[in-house]
Design a protein around this ligand. Structure first.
Ligand SMILES: [Zn+2]
Length: 70
């Protein structure tokens, strides 16, 4: 019985971990201390290490939107 409960708890934990990982993948504009564009370490709450990266990221996103037909 308690084994069963442990298993359920384990499943919830696994589910939460993958949900968080998914959310991270789908919202790159959430700062995690790394430049969104080049992965360089940046101050927390900073999305980009420099203006060039932000510009390049914007360009890339625009190109992706156009390529995706959105
Ligand atoms: Zn960068």
């Amino acid at each position: 019985m308690s084994d069963h409960a442990d298993q359920a708890e384990q499943n919830i934990e696994t589910f939460l971990h993958s949900a968080i990982a998914n959310a991270r993948r789908h919202s790159p504009l959430q700062s995690d201390g790394h430049c969104v564009f080049c992965d360089e370490a940046v101050a927390i709450n900073q999305l980009f290490c420099c203006r060039e990266c932000r510009d390049d990221y914007d360009k890339e996103q625009r190109a992706l939107r156009i390529a995706g037909g959105l």
